[in-house]
Design a protein around this ligand. Structure first.
Ligand code: PLP
Length: 227
């Protein structure tokens, strides 16, 4: 049995320590707890411990949890691969989507958003080149940003990446800094963008050093996943 409360306290103190070390303000870094494959009861424990932002990768599983945990004030973030025929449920049930990498999906999410509040969007960037198929190529990013900004029911918040796994602070930092420089390029034209979604359990410090404003932590909070 994992001690979820203790893990959250530890992750929060790691975030504070990394922020201090790299001259960042800890309160500009949001903790997104990634609860994929974990039961609603585990999410409830984390929510009771003060976590308000949760990330899910698999739509069916996520919707079941969202329904069973209604009323807890959770903001749900979709962070998994998106099939364009599954966008409606994402547009209806989530507050954020981090994994958008093409205009067809952007347009469908905007068309299918029925809420009065816009859907928060991070565009996923492929910063590891051929190592990953997901994500928009950095040189196609500016165009996708312009498209996202024109869609009425979306609010473009920032960029997201899932770097190929690297070991060691320096290598991790260099990868995270690639996303940071993509962000700076688009941010100079679109200063309302405020989110850099990067950093997982294994590269938390490097991501914070590179400017992350949202770290996505699964294993570090809920323990290892069996699938
Ligand atoms: C699973 C997942 C995470 C969390 O990874 P951990 O290494 O368990 O912290 C973060 N982001 C995305 C997109 C994921 O799929």
């Amino acid at each position: 049995m994992q001690n979820i409360e203790l893990n959250i306290a530890n992750v929060r103190s790691e975030i504070r320590a990394a922020a201090k070390k790299h001259s960042r303000a800890a309160d500009e870094i949001t903790l997104l707890a990634v609860s994929k494959t974990k039961p609603a009861s585990a999410v409830k424990i984390a929510a009771d411990a003060g976590v308000t932002q949760f990330g899910e990768n698999y739509l069916q599983e996520a919707v079941a949890k969202i329904e069973s945990l209604e009323g807890l004030g959770i903001d749900w973030h979709f962070i998994g691969p998106i099939q364009s025929n599954k966008t409606r449920l994402i547009a209806q049930r989530f507050a954020w989507v981090h994994s958008v990498d093409r205009s067809k999906v952007l347009r469908r999410l905007s068309d299918q958003r029925e809420s009065d509040t816009p859907l928060n969007i991070c565009l996923q960037v492929n910063i590891s080149g051929e190592a990953s198929k997901a994500g928009v190529a950095p040189d196609a990013l500016a165009e996708l940003v312009s498209e996202a900004r024109e869609l009425p029911n979306l609010r473009l918040r920032g960029l997201m990446a899932i770097p190929a796994p690297e070991t060691g602070f320096d290598r991790q930092f260099r990868t995270c800094a690639t996303l940071r420089s993509c962000f700076e390029r688009v941010h100079s034209c679109h200063p309302s963008m405020d989110t850099l979604s990067i950093g997982m359990s294994a590269d938390l410090e490097a991501a914070i050093a590179a400017g992350s404003t949202m770290v996505r932590i699964g294993t570090g909070i809920f323990g290892a996943r069996s699938q």
